[in-house]
Design a protein around this ligand. Sequence first.
Ligand code: PLP
Length: 377
Amino acid sequence: MIYLAEPNLSGNEKKYLNQCIDTTFVSSVGEFVTRFEEDICKVSEVKYGTAVSSGTAGLHMALRACGVGRDELVCIPTFTFIATANAVMHCGAEPWLIDIDVKSWTMNPEVLEEELLKKAYIREGKVFHKASGRRVGAIMPVYTLGMPADMDEINRIADRYNLPVIADAAAAIGARYKGENIGGIANATVYSFNGNKTITCGGGGAIVSNQERLIKLAKHLATTARCGIAYDHDMVGYNYRMTNLQAAVGCAQLERVEEFLLKKKYIRNFYNQSFRQVEDVLLFPEVKWADSACWFSGLVLSDSCKVKKLCEALKEKGIEAKAFWKPIHLQKPYLQAERSDMTISEKTWDRIITLPSSTGITETELEYVVSSVKELL
Ligand SMILES: *Cc1c(COP(=O)(O)O)cnc(C)c1O
């Protein structure tokens, strides 16, 4: 089987894991956690960062560190993985769902601005939702498939409403926005190191920022809000720390981050060149502002039926292919959530098919995927 996103563990992963076992440092303290946090900051070109147990935990802690609390609203795009919305709910807040931009599949800043203008007001420097009286606590764009959102526009709106911006950059490590590393362009930026991401720790996440206080608070909350070495805790914290075992794998992965990112880009170009001339098929979006991390590559077909059929037929040929995220506004827990018009998301989401995009994929395998897809289309 040629898988969609298979972890690539042929570097120092085994060696570093053995070091954890040999030294008995398998838990949430250890040299690899410290090194991983330093390495993540380097790769992100930021000053501060903290490792956590998952991307979802990272989003939750970043929201809390930015002051998001009970009964607030957080603006997020509807086209995202469920974890973005769930992290908002874990704060006792609720998502305010925004449609995406057809050019990039990321949160449409024009729609965001229109929604705030129409449905919110500012009082004493705070933003409130007119209909419910609830405070708006933050804006959380998502870097879809590793593609940064239009952050100049989103940051401009955030400044105007005095709202913090937390970027769900789960699969976007190494991406650039107008030439700048994405690590420092939001108040906080969150990565996931789940098994299917470009860099994996098995499971894990990290928050990076240039704001020291924000990272200190996030780390404090994620480590049971412990003060010093005695059993003193000054807040209701969480047990969200990354373990040394996870970080050991992560350190080995980060040694190859440049290689992995180049391979992801190679896969994207390979599919784009192979399918550019094919009728009834569209390519994944590209925009001038973004240098995408190209987490997954694939195609856009003319309808959802074709996606389902193609996935099934490819499976018979030993190729894993999948539909992509179902938007949040169509998910059971969020059917009542506040939302903008969703025309673009609804026209887009069920026509997307993701194709094998593992960093270990060979030229022969890529050619086999392309010829199989062409034949079946
Ligand atoms: C993977 C992903 C997450 C969740 O990360 P976990 O580490 O699985 O908790 C959140 N948001 C997006 C956009 C993702 O792709």
